[in-house]
Design a protein around this ligand. Structure first.
Ligand code: NAD
Length: 338
């Protein structure tokens, strides 16, 4: 716990987590390892750089030598770095397998060599696949249906195998859809908010019937911290308990917040694969980690939209030309989903 290595800490969730942990009295240092892909922005860490505890390393989790050197100097790892956008995984699956599976294995190898005290692998409800009804406990079979989710499921299993085989003290957290400030505008909430704020059309897939559970990023980070501190090695913890909404219902909330009407919504054909519903049982994390989501959805969503309204400099350049955000990165997506 004393010296934390956070991969992907310049991304959406990772940057919130770093800003949270930098204030923990028992954390002496936090090192962010981030490749700054199109999705990573060092600016996301903002005021965290005022703390002498924070160090930033621009590098790739696939760089075994760099990873080995960093892991040797840290006591715990929280692993966020990933290719995270479902739509991109439809045309760039190789990058998802490389970063999400091989990158995770590179970190695990180093953790095994250096006796890392805790390794939290951050994952997603999407590994359980679509659930038209019912709810998934941690024992539920993994049935991912899109390349992103398959790469996360594979990385979960590799991480858990390093506990079984080598005793690496791995915990896996699986959260539902996160929302909050600093999310890349390729994801549905910032995409719709930023389009509506500019008087543009929001594009809704299919008939807007897909159900997602919306969890404030602060609640996910609280759950990840709980897993880091108190999670039992080899265990998986579902972090759900947000607000279940169809994409149509979510759109209605966003129209209200942005002062727009349904005239601002264009229905577009559904993406090539779009899981109808995810749902997780998070009672294990509640019972064993004291996890409980606290953020009110209506307030949290309004505050999120307000952040995008106040910070156009953070997202407008990405909207104009998302591929140019970082040189040499993959194509952007304009569709609406995580
Ligand atoms: P993000 O795309 O905003 O951030 C990913 C970060 O990882 C970026 O800073 C990027 O530069 C970095 N990165 C990517 N490839 C890298 C590499 N090879 N080496 C080093 N750094 C690399 O993602 P996010 O939404 O913050 O998600 C973080 C984690 O949480 C991911 O593992 C994702 O699967 C998981 N997750 C996300 C959500 C969600 O709703 N956003 C929900 C559940 C789980």
């Amino acid at each position: 716990m004393e010296h934390l290595l956070v991969t992907g800490g310049a991304g959406f969730i990772g940057s919130h987590f770093v800003k949270r942990m930098i204030h923990a009295a028992d954390v002496a240092s936090v090192t962010v390892l981030d490749a700054l892909t199109y999705a990573g922005h060092i600016e996301n860490l903002g005021t965290a750089f005022l703390s002498e505890k924070l160090a930033f390393v621009h590098g790739n989790i696939l760089d075994a030598e760099l990873v080995d050197d960093l892991v040797a100097k840290h006591t715990a790892i929280v692993h966020f770095a990933a290719e995270s956008h479902v739509d991109r995984s439809f045309f760039a699956a190789g990058a998802f397998l490389a970063t999400n599976v091989h990158g995770t294995q590179t970190l695990l190898d180093a953790a095994m060599r250096h006796g890392t005290q805790k390794f939290v692998h951050v994952s997603t409800d999407e590994v359980y696949g679509p659930l038209p009804e019912g709810t998934a406990t941690e024992e539920f079979p993994l049935r991912p249906s899109v390349p992103y989710a398959a790469s996360k499921a594979a990385s979960d299993l590799v991480a858990l195998s390093y506990f079984q085989t080598y005793g690496v003290p791995v915990c896996v957290t699986r959260s539902s859809n996160n929302y909050g400030p600093y999310q890349h505008p390729e994801k549905i909430i910032p995409l719709f908010v930023t389009r509506l704020l500019r008087g543009e059309q929001a594009t809704l897939h299919g008939r807007g019937e897909h159900v997602r559970n919306w969890l404030h990023v602060d609640d996910n980070c609280a759950g990840i911290e709980a897993a880091l501190r108190d999670g039992a090695p080899g265990e998986v913890y579902n972090l759900g308990g947000g607000t279940d909404l169809t994409s149509g219902e979510l759109t209605a909330h966003l129209l209200g917040i942005c002062g727009a009407t349904w005239d601002a919504v264009t229905y577009i054909p559904d993406r090539q694969a779009n899981d109808i519903r995810y749902s997780m049982d998070w009672s294990k994390a509640a019972a064993q980690l004291g996890y409980r989501p606290r953020r009110d959805f209506t307030d949290g969503l309004a505050q999120t939209a307000e952040w995008y309204r106040r910070n156009p400099d953070r997202w407008a350049p990405l909207m104009r030309n998302p591929t140019a955000a970082r040189p040499g990165r993959s194509r952007p997506s304009t569709s609406a989903g995580r």
